[in-house]
Design a binder for this molecule. Structure first.
Ligand code: ADP
Ligand code: MG
Length: 697
């Protein structure tokens, strides 16, 4: 069976050498399996045939049954086009082609009836459809599906007779020959429980749906299957790690106790205490910890990380803390060094700008074990960085790192796996977390320190800029500081930079006696750092910046953040930015500036921000608005290369599938029971690449 689906695509009738090359290149379809899993991305309802007299411009794509009355090539040079006049009993319409005119012309026959499909627009004094799909009408056929599947293709494919229709034909061809090879992948009990149709029926109906009902059944079945196997893989890899990966066991906590008694600057929140307990249970167990720490901005994750680091130190292990930006790692370093010094612990910072001499010292101290805490950016991953006994890796703002980068850190201790604590402030909806981090344990800090006042968020249009400036002015007089943020969607966009500089100038003009900092991604790290530090120390009162300030920057005295062109930011990013204020005891404000006119999605985003401070609620809405693929930092994650399931819509199926996977693995971790045979076979074959999930994006 496996071998059958591994058959190269050129062996399918109707494909041939040339088309095979194109399918590989354009769609990454190499084998029968690839083709079969190349699902339509939508379906068009071809059950209705419109009359020309019924057409309006507001209709979406329509289907018409037309007789061809006239075929002409008109125009010269650029304006060359093929114009076909066609009629039904109610009226006349023009079909127009600007490309491939000759090819189309040779295919059409005067006086014959065609099914025509496309978007009708009113032009001159009649309707026309440009580049319609067109097919000779051969009378109503029984087998024909009226839910027309639409496959994504490319111009190149279309030009080579591999449009959506042609792909459907190939699918039909393949389904006929593979009938006896398609085996069931979901255990019978589960099939029965959810009334899932068989794999074979599902594949058939996803490509050639006979009724809307069967199509829905096919989608439900394939989504369930996909999510079930994603979860099964994640969970079994988690199980495998739990069983086989030993971690250092941190039993003693003398330094931590000293820290608690003498230096802890505030009372921990209950959420922090709970999470620390969860971590402590992990690191004592002798197993390796793999934990995701989720907590909204300002919830105090850093302190939890430091306490965790002290546990490592008390047990003769080293720790490293990796942050996504230079500024952030500097801030972590400055913040933690204060405590480390008091406790007599050796701490260092390694970054891209560390000198050769600094590096050499750090490397040596890491290797002889005298350096206990290393903080830094990606520089920590370099092969040269070797530890005597790395026991804990903390990764801050995890979404900025790819999986590959993380796993490099995992391997820094050859004897035992270091414990891993991944921290993120990007609130991730539960469904997404289950998929992205399904192999990690999750802790959540769901409480802000008590001294915080909720940030007030306001929406103002550009016409109110002077008022907003006036407000900032008042805040500065009261001793506070302010951020003004400009969108810089692409680091290289000069247009965006111009906005930033224009803004900077007008701020300087208005706030004559106030020192203003400017920070953006195209500055040298040194300059950026210098400006950041001035703001952190309170020497400058206003920071005009791009989103480089977004992650983790902590200036408790800043009480206002103004976000310019707020409609251009995504929700997650707006929420992150807002988290730059509200870190001290003062009332803080987030002011979202936009044009007067807002379009649907941007309106929803702004309204959501004004309405709530709840990161998880925001994340859910974000997921609905944008779909999971666009959520921050999730792009690189292979976990999201789903073929048919959609995490923003299928969370119910996901939950069910995950629970089923958990139940099965608990009962039968090795998948040895006869009823799970079909699962183990499927897992086996997907490992061998028969079903290569990653190839089709
Ligand atoms: P984040 O979770 O966004 O990384 P931080 O760790 O930067 O948050 O903490 C934000 C601020 O809150 C810091 O100034 C930190 O010292 C302070 N903080 C952390 N925990 C508490 C607490 N329990 N009580 C009061 N302030 C706290
Ligand atoms: Mg932080």
């Amino acid at each position: 069976m496996e071998r059958f689906f591994q058959t190269k695509i050129e062996f399918l009738k109707g494909v041939g050498e040339k088309k095979a090359v194109l399918l590989r290149k354009e769609l990454e379809i190499f084998t029968y399996a690839d083709l079969l899993q190349f699902y339509p991305f939508r379906y068009e309802d071809r059950t209705k045939v419109y009359n020309v007299s019924e057409l309006t411009e507001h209709l979406p794509n329509v289907q018409l049954l037309l007789r061809i009355r006239d075929i002409q090539q008109l125009g010269e040079g650029n304006k060359k086009r093929l114009v076909v006049k066609a009629t039904d009993s109610s009226g006349q319409i023009d079909l127009v082609w600007f490309q491939n005119a000759l090819f189309i012309k040779n295919q059409l026959i005067l006086g014959k009836d065609y099914l025509v499909f496309g978007k009708a627009t009113f032009f001159g004094h009649s309707f026309q459809i440009s580049h319609p799909e067109i097919e000779l009408y051969e009378g109503k056929s029984e087998t024909k599906s009226f839910l027309q599947p639409i496959y994504s293709t490319t111009e190149k494919l279309k030009a080579n007779y591999l449009g959506s229709k042609a792909i459907q034909k190939l699918q039909s061809q393949l389904l006929q020959v593979s009938k006896s090879y398609i085996t069931e992948t979901i255990p019978f009990d589960l099939q029965k429980k959810y009334r899932l149709i068989s794999k074979q029926e599902a594949l058939w109906n996803i490509h050639l749906p006979t009724t809307a009902e069967l199509l829905a059944q096919a989608q439900r079945r394939l989504k369930y299957e996909e999510l079930f196997y994603v979860q099964l893989n994640l969970l079994s890899s988690k199980l495998f790690k739990q069983k086989n990966f030993k971690g250092l066991s941190f039993q003693k906590i003398p330094t931590l106790n000293v820290f608690y008694k003498q230096y802890l600057p505030f009372e921990l929140t209950n959420a922090q205490k709970r999470v620390i307990r969860e971590i402590y249970d992990d690191v004592r167990s002798g197993k390796q910890m793999n934990r995701l720490l989720q907590g909204d901005v300002g919830s105090g994750k850093t302190m939890v990380a430091f306490i965790c680091i002290l546990m490592a130190i008390d047990n003769d292990a080293q720790s490293c803390l990796m942050a996504p930006t230079e500024i952030l790692s500097q801030q972590h370093y400055d913040g933690l060094k204060v405590f480390a010094d008091k406790l007599g612990i050796n701490i260092a910072k390694l970054s891209g700008s560390s000198s050769v001499k600094e590096r050499r010292l750090i490397h040596a101290a890491l290797e002889d074990g005298s350096l206990k805490i290393l903080i830094g950016t990606h520089a920590l991953i370099e092969d040269k960085v070797q530890y005597k006994n790395l026991g804990l890796v903390v990764v801050d703002e995890q979404h900025r790192f790819g999986v590959e980068q993380r796993s490099k850190l995992w391997r820094k201790n050859e004897k035992v796996q270091p414990h891993i604590l991944v921290m993120t402030a990007t609130p991730i909806p539960r469904t997404l977390a289950m998929t992205l981090y399904g192999d990690l344990d999750v802790s959540v800090i769901d409480e802000l320190p008590a001294n915080r006042k909720p940030i007030k968020t306001l929406h103002r249009t550009d016409a109110h800029r002077l008022q907003v400036f006036g407000f900032i002015s008042e805040q500065i007089q009261e001793g506070r500081q302010a951020y003004i943020v400009y969108p810089l969607i692409e680091e290289s966009s000069t247009l965006d930079l111009k906005d930033l500089f224009d803004g900077y100038e007008s701020v300087q003009r208005y706030f004559k006696d106030v020192h203003v900092s400017i920070v953006h991604g195209r500055q040298k790290p040194k300059d950026k750092d210098f400006e950041m530090q001035r703001f952190i120390k309170g020497e400058t009162k206003i920071m005009v910046a791009t989103t480089v300030i977004e992650v983790g920057v902590n200036v408790p005295n800043a009480s206002v953040i103004v976000i310019e062109s707020a409609q251009r930011f995504g929700l997650a990013q707006l929420h992150q930015l807002r988290g730059r204020v509200g870190r001290g005891a003062d009332q803080s404000y987030c002011i979202l500036m936009t044009d007067k006119q807002l379009y649907e999605n941007s309106k929803t985003r702004i309204e959501t921000m004004v309405r709530t401070n709840n990161g998880f609620e925001i994340a859910d809405i974000d997921l609905k608005l944008r779909g999971p693929g666009d959520l921050m930092g999730t792009k690189q994650s292979g976990a999201l290369d789903l073929l048919i399931a959609d995490l923003s819509q299928d969370s119910e199926i996901l939950k069910v599938a995950r629970n089923d996977a958990i139940e099965i693995l608990e009962k039968d971790p090795g998948l040895n029971l006869p009823e799970n045979k079909c699962i183990s076979l499927q897992v086996e074959s997907s490992k061998k690449g028969t079903v290569n999930w990653s190839r089709i994006s």
